[in-house]
Design a protein around this ligand. Structure first.
Ligand code: SF4
Length: 467
């Protein structure tokens, strides 16, 4: 049973407060263990002293996530699937982002295959301080020919180090492919009621994770998972089927919710595995490419929230990839910690002594928006980023994280008075109410900028240089 409070863990720790884990006390370490801020292995005495062996095993059980964590792939691109503890991100946080895998198929010619894999591998989009990227490649056995499938898998694995899903219901095709890439720990898709015996032998032999699939039949899904688990396979992913429209979609959503509730709220360990969704089933329904990509993306939004851990997709057009990856990034942002950037003085372009000095907060979304609005309009300037603990302008003014005293402190640390000769600060429009006290505290003239940084170019035309 999962530990609910640090006290449950504390009693099993050495309680010597030796500090080797980097925390002053075992209680502080226990608090961080609960929210996965520390790993159990960071308590060296617990690991190394035989007398704590039993406590260590008990702690491992108490800390195991409610949903089993399954690793697909190897090396820096390996993806952890599942490992979740809560049904709603605000209850704690979600830990392992939904992994987005995009398909290729074994009837593609070499040039098309190479181009598509390279597009999947190289696609990226900068968003709030990080690059959003795609997670892996799903190779589909469309030809029905095991050798051709294995050859395609070999080519893909030579083109990319991203993790793979091997998609075939034919155990012979899966076996040929596993002979080529088993050491890269691909996810085998899928064991069904028809092929499970052969697929079970394969995953036991090659020690790879496997998807068990029973579309819209949760009893059969549970039974398949139990059969694999009893045979010694624990790296299991569940595929309850993905129906893209109408009543089928409603049932699909209900199945995902039922499975995750069973795992987390009801503690049903025999069904507590990561879930796989296949939004590319939208392509079976819509003939028009844009419609299919649109509905595929709608399915991504639904099942990112409830509760897919890995998805198989088709469209690699930016109009599909941008909303898909952005949503995943947002849902999996840790709600306990605002996304923040380093505070301090940022130099944008090549400012001179007459250039403006803008003030903003270190909430990442605010910072990158302001920075982008300034640089994309070629406004050479200084941006003074105040440490507001990652809180946005309006809330930071209301909550006392953005104050005249903090601006004064940041201004002094920045040595801006030696860099510009106008001694003028431009506050965000949403911080207008602290303009007077900022002038008093800093001795600098304060101008109130626009409430929306997108209007900075207009504002500059009318107000800069100051009269
Ligand atoms: S290393 Fe272990 S024993 Fe030492 S303070 Fe940390 S939790 Fe306590």
């Amino acid at each position: 049973m999962k530990a609910k409070s640090p006290m449950e863990l504390y009693g099993l720790l050495p309680r010597t407060n030796c500090g080797e884990c980097g925390e002053k006390t075992c209680m502080a370490f226990a608090s961080l263990l609960i929210e996965r801020g520390k790993k159990l292995e960071e308590c060296k005495p617990l690991l190394e002293d035989e007398k704590y062996r039993e406590s260590y095993e008990k702690l491992k059980d108490l800390l195991a996530p409610e949903v089993r964590e399954v690793v697909v792939g190897v090396g820096e691109h390996a993806k952890n699937l599942g490992g979740e503890d809560v049904l709603h991100r605000h209850d704690l946080t979600f830990f392992n982002k939904t992994a987005l895998f995009y398909d290729v198929w074994d009837t593609m010619d070499d040039d098309a295959l190479k181009e598509r894999v390279e597009r999947i591998q190289s696609w990226q989009k900068f968003y709030v301080g990080e690059f959003l990227r795609l997670d892996g490649v799903a190779v589909r056995n469309v030809s029905g020919d095991p050798k051709k499938f294995a050859e395609c898998v070999r080519k893909v694995s030579e083109l990319t180090s991203l993790p793979l899903v091997l998609c075939s219901y034919d155990a012979a095709a899966l076996e040929e492919a596993l002979k080529v890439v088993a050491d890269k720990r691909p996810l085998v898709y899928a064991a069904t009621q028809d092929n499970w015996k052969k697929v079970l032998e394969l995953v036991l032999e090659y020690k790879v994770p496997v998807v068990v699939s029973a579309p819209n039949d949760l009893d059969r899904l549970k039974s398949l998972a139990a059969t694999f688990s009893q045979a010694g396979v624990e790296d299991i992913v569940l595929d309850p089927g993905t129906y893209p429209t109408g009543k089928g979609l409603e049932t699909t959503l209900a199945n995902f919710v039922r499975l995750r509730r069973a795992a987390i709220a009801e503690g049903q360990k025999d069904i507590a595995y990561p879930l796989l969704c296949v939004p590319m089933t939208a392509w079976l329904v819509y003939e028009n490419e844009v419609d299919a990509a649109y509905w595929e993306t709608i399915l991504v939004t639904i099942f990112t929230i409830k509760y897919a851990d890995i998805m198989i997709l088709h469209s690699i057009e930016p109009y599909a990839l941008i909303p898909q990856t952005t949503l995943v990034a947002n849902i999996y942002t840790d709600p306990r910690r605002p996304v923040a950037v380093e505070p301090g003085l940022k130099v944008l372009g090549s400012p001179v002594e007459e250039s403006p000095v803008f003030v903003t907060t270190n909430f990442a979304l605010t910072y990158y928006t302001v920075e982008s609005d300034i640089t994309s309009n070629n406004i050479d300037s200084y941006l003074l980023v105040i440490d507001t603990e990652g809180i946005c302008v309006e809330a930071a003014v209301a909550g006392g994280q953005l104050t005249a005293a903090k601006i004064k402190e940041a201004l002094e640390a920045s040595e801006l008075e030696n860099k510009v000769k106008h001694k003028t600060l431009v506050l965000p429009g949403l911080a207008a109410r602290i303009s007077g006290e900022t002038e008093d505290a800093t001795g600098w003239k304060v101008m109130v900028g626009p409430p929306d940084s997108g209007r900075i170019p207009d504002w500059m035309e009318k107000n800069w240089p100051p009269k």
